[in-house]
Structure formats: structure tokens, C-alpha cells
Design a binder for this molecule. Structure first.
Ligand SMILES: Nc1ncnc2c1ncn2[C@@H]1O[C@H](COP(=O)(O)OP(=O)(O)OP(=O)(O)O)[C@@H](O)[C@H]1O
Length: 339
């Protein structure tokens, strides 16, 4: 059977895969569990389920950090194990990659697949901002200016697009994970109470932190650091809101700084078209309204924002004639110096 075509978005929080033959998108957590530092014990969602619960000889690792591949071999093992269940030999791959990273970091995405046991027929890459825009149903060739803000698990990526290309791009190295860490730190400092990353994520996802609500509380489990005992306690929405404030301010500052630097003609169009929010963090209730009020430009979200770049990759793969020129191989002339 001839090879398939896969679209990949290797996120810090989740790996998303588009399978062209089945025309389906699936996702798994970017996590791998190793036993005694030698043997692969579990991958994806199964490995993530063990995080903070696994026995000492099992280590749960997150090979993507800040949007780039931090542990190359672990990431390759993870991807190979996830794809092994499918027809992955001799297939073509299109990978969505962040723009504002070094050429060496970009090349790592390419090598990850090209030099894996998948024996890929071809590997090409596309800037994630472009995939996101196509996923938002923006006509990337015709638009004179639009901003995409991808709010992910480990990064926030700001891209300004015009006429099929990226005019400006900035990758902020914080996302959902860092928000959760801030919640953990504040609960610990304020309440002498230790909670895990999954509990912090649950707090962030449950509370409507951008609403007017000041009364909501949620009961969570953790460890009382004074008594050293496991306990349950109530955490208020105000505490979670306070934990997220600084990073939300940094995000608003980054958007405003970028807006100040945009060439005037592109800015005029951008003000008409607005900012599109993508990535899992765009699911936070009320975030679009909050950003719109803070930066003074219309902000919209799409349904299932975490899958937006995958929907874009799907379009790119299905309509190669139209979108093929937006993808490139890292073996193209411009990249040969890295070989
Ligand atoms: N319904 C939701 N409410 C709030 N947050 C959510 C929701 N769904 C997902 N998230 C958050 O979105 C983040 C993951 O988003 P996404 O899948 O876009 O990231 P990623 O692509 O893996 O990471 P990155 O792009 O930074 O490398 C996680 O922090 C997760 O907690």
C-alpha cells in the first residue's frame, strides 16, 4: 500500500496529527514515560495520566519545551510510538513549525521525522501562523493584514500576515504551563498549600477568570505544608485571577508593542480584519473580549481553537495546488548550509 500523508503539529502540551487517508485529526499529550531510564513504558495520553502519580522508577518526561524540541531522542521515540499504530512507512509529512526560532531549532523538527524509523518519502514544513490563518478560513493570499495569536501550552505566538507571507512574528516562551506554575506558586505562598500541575490546570479551566465573578470557589486536594498532611481546601477565583494577571499583562504588552511596529498600510488592514485567537488557551471564557478591550482591536476566536493549525494543515495537504508554495523542504537551497 502506498504511503499516506500526515500533517503534524508538535505542541508543548499536545501532539496533533492529521491523517490524510482517513481524513481525521487526532491528538495525544506530548509526554513519554520511561522505566528505569532505559525502557519506554507509556506514551501520549497514557504517559500523561501517570504524571504526578507514577512510582519512583518511572519518569514522565515532556520532550517539547517552549515550542521547540528539548529532548530530541525522547521526542522521536514518542512520535514513532504514536504513529506506529498507523501506516506510517514511506509517507509524506507536512509539519507546522513556529517562525521565531533559530534555524537549528527548525531543522530539528525536520530531522526528527526525516531521520526516524518512518523512512519518510518527503518532509516539508509550513510556518504555524500560516497554517493557523488557513484554519481560521482567512484567504492568506488576498488579505492585506491580519494578526494571529496562537495561545498554546508552552508558547504564545504572534504573527502578522499579509499577501501570503509573515510580515512580523514573535514567540513568547510562556503559555498554559507557565500560567499553571504561577497558580501553584501563589497557592503555596498564600495558603501554605501544595497542589500539582493538573489541579492548577483544572482551576484555570474551570473558573471564568475574565468574568465579573468574585465569589466562586472550588474545592481541591493537595498537601498542607504546615501540617504535612493531605487535605482538601477551597480556592477562590480571586486567587487564580491574581496568579494569571502578570502573564496576561505581558501578553497584552507584546500585542501592543507589535502593533506599534507594524508598517502603516498593513496596520490599516489589520484594524479592519482584527486579531484571531487560536491554540488551546483561546478556550478560556471571555479571553477574546478581555484582549479586545485591552488592545482596542477586534479579537475573534474560532471553534476548537486548539485544532486550528491542524485544520489549516488539512487544507494545505488536500489542496496542494493552491497552498503547496507555502510549504518548503529544509533541503531547499537556503537550508543546505546546515547539512
Ligand atoms: N477548554 C479549555 N480551557 C482552558 N484552557 C484550555 C482548554 N483546552 C485546552 N486548554 C489549554 O490549552 C493549552 C494547550 O493548547 P495547545 O494544544 O494549543 O498547545 P500546544 O500546541 O501543545 O503548545 P504550544 O503551541 O505552546 O507548543 C494547555 O495549557 C491547556 O490547559
Amino acid at each position: 500500500m502506498a504511503g499516506n500523508i500526515y500533517g503534524l503539529d508538535l505542541g508543548t502540551y499536545e501532539i496533533k496529527v492529521y491523517d490524510e487517508r482517513k481524513d481525521e485529526i487526532w491528538k495525544e499529550k506530548s509526554a513519554i514515560a520511561t522505566k528505569n531510564q532505559t525502557e519506554i513504558f507509556a506514551v501520549g495520553d497514557e504517559a500523561y495520566a501517570m504524571y504526578e502519580k507514577a512510582p519512583q522508577n518511572i519518569e514522565v518526561l515532556f520532550p517539547m519545551q517552549g515550542g521547540v524540541i528539548a529532548r530530541f531522542c525522547d521526542m522521536q521515540n514518542l512520535l514513532e510510538n504514536l504513529l506506529r499504530k498507523r501506516q506510517f512507512f514511506g509517507s509524506e509529512y507536512v509539519i507546522a513549525i513556529p517562525t521565531d526560532i533559530t534555524e537549528v531549532e527548525k531543522r530539528a523538527f525536520y530531522d526528527l521525522v526525516y531521520h526516524s524509523s518512518a523512512r519518510a518519502k518527503s518532509v516539508s514544513v509550513v510556518e504555524r501562523g500560516i497554517a493557523d490563518a488557513i484554519g481560521c478560513k482567512i484567504d492568506v493570499y488576498q488579505t492585506g493584514g491580519v494578526m494571529i495569536l496562537n495561545m498554546g501550552g508552552g508558547t504564545m505566538e504572534l504573527s502578522v500576515l499579509a499577501y501570503g507571507g509573515i510580515v512580523m512574528n514573535r514567540l513568547l516562551k510562556f503559555g498554559g504551563e507557565q500560567f499553571d506554575q504561577e497558580i501553584i506558586n501563589l497557592v503555596r505562598r498564600n495558603r501554605d498549600f501544595l497542589i500539582g500541575r493538573k489541579t492548577a490546570e483544572q482551576l484555570r479551566r474551570t473558573f471564568g477568570i475574565f468574568s465579573e465573578d468574585t465569589k466562586s470557589k472550588m474545592q481541591i486536594a493537595g498537601r498542607n505544608l504546615i501540617l504535612g498532611l493531605p487535605q482538601r481546601t477551597d480556592i477562590s477565583i480571586g486567587l487564580v485571577r491574581a496568579a494569571l494577571k502578570e502573564q496576561m499583562d505581558d501578553c497584552v504588552d507584546a500585542i501592543q508593542t507589535m502593533i506599534q511596529r507594524i508598517p502603516p498600510d498593513v496596520l490599516r488592514e489589520l484594524k479592519k480584519n482584527g486579531i484571531y485567537l487560536t491554540g488551546g488557551m483561546a478556550n478560556l471564557r471571555g479571553i477574546a473580549e478581555y484582549l479586545e478591550e485591552s488592545v482596542g482591536v477586534r479579537v475573534s476566536t474560532v471553534d476548537y481553537p486548539e485544532l486550528c493549525s491542524m485544520n489549516g494543515l488539512r487544507e494545505i495537504i488536500q489542496d496542494k495546488k493552491r497552498y503547496g508554495r507555502l510549504t518548503y523542504s529544509m533541503l531547499d537551497k537556503g537550508y543546505r548550509w546546515l547539512e
